[in-house]
Design a protein around this ligand. Sequence first.
Ligand code: SF4
Length: 455
Amino acid sequence: MSHSLRAATFVADADRTTWHDETLWFVRQKRDKAVYAVPEFQELRELASQIKEHTLGRLDEYLKQFEAEARRNGVHVHWAADAAEHNDIILDIIRRHNDTRVVKSKSMLTEECHLNPHLLGHGIEVIDTDLGERIIQLREEAPSHLVLPAIHLKKEDVGATFHQHLGTEKGNHDPQQLTEAARQHLRAKFLAAEVAISGVNFAVAETGGVVICTNEGNADLGVNLARVHIASMGIEKLIPRLSDLGVFTRLLARSATGQPVTTYTSHYTKPADGRELHVVIVDNGRTQQLGRPDFRASLKCIRCGACMNTCPVYRRSGGHSYDFTVPGPIGAILSPNIDLKKHSSLPFASTLCGSCTDVCPVKIDIHTQLYKWRQVLAEAGEIPIAKKWSLRFMGRFLASPKAFGLGGKLARTGLRLLPHQLTHAQALNPWAVARELPEPPKQSFREWYARAVKQ
Ligand code: SF4
């Protein structure tokens, strides 16, 4: 199913669409206020982009350095070529400890690898401890945003979910009381868990340590209570030196939520006495993207979500319409790398306005890559026949001044004379269903110009 068809379900609820749009725009405005308060923000973006560019160019060296330093610190390092290997490695670690209870903090990589169903299928209870993640886990849904996984839900939805699963009072959707219920529920899970799984925001080659940023402190609570910590990281999370980290932490939270810094920025370098720390380093298609010159810059992404908050298409179509772990503009660049056919509609889910590129803290040329994917898809024959022929027709039409002039005249006359029900009929003009077309001018610019020159 294409993005536009999936979006139709979301858009059908006009109130929710408007609320979703406005909420994310509010987050975008918070980002702007935080950014304008830092005079050197553009220099930080440039620096972050260059550090990532440098690291991607020497990824093999930095990965080996990271592994050597981590092992020196007593960390168990594992390599996973794909999602299946990642899941098997983690299951194996849990089984070797005869454990069945796991808590997991936010990790898009484990979502990407579908770790939860894999563990549940093998009798392991895995509980997401980030509040938003726990809400969608209870509802058996996928996250709809990188940073705000339950942003598609209203407090009434959360109240109903908690009433069903946590036994809160029916009709209670007071955010404070719901949060307290989640807190009590999760506290018992934290105390019982023997293994804690976390994601990784940054991995430092120089020290062999990993850095995890959260606002709720759930990763730290889980990791510090459990005997075994498993950190799941994509190969692109590396930065060369500890001194590079400040550049990214200053950008990350400001771009994501408008905060100066995430509430917790925790460093895990070596296991505590009697404990184990495992790092699973995952490729899962990343080296393939690294090998695509036009798209490799997408691996600079630090998963702040700013491109989603600003994207007019994402804000009004919802994260689930992308049907990919990472939604929004960056997801539309990453997904065709994984499955060109399945995700062929995503690069078209953009106005190419460039707002995503403007806000990206690591200066990924997102809209340029979206446009490039469209060309790749067209060359590979992965666009619908109707789109292919209409683009071909438009190409010829726009290349002919005579046809363009005549077409404009017909459209202006038709819009003036034809009945409104016809010019705005859903079957003929779906664009105009929720919009009014502008008043057609009496003459084209060319006609006006020719007349003005004569006078
Ligand atoms: S592409 Fe840029 S703006 Fe989008 S999530 Fe990644 S870092 Fe943030």
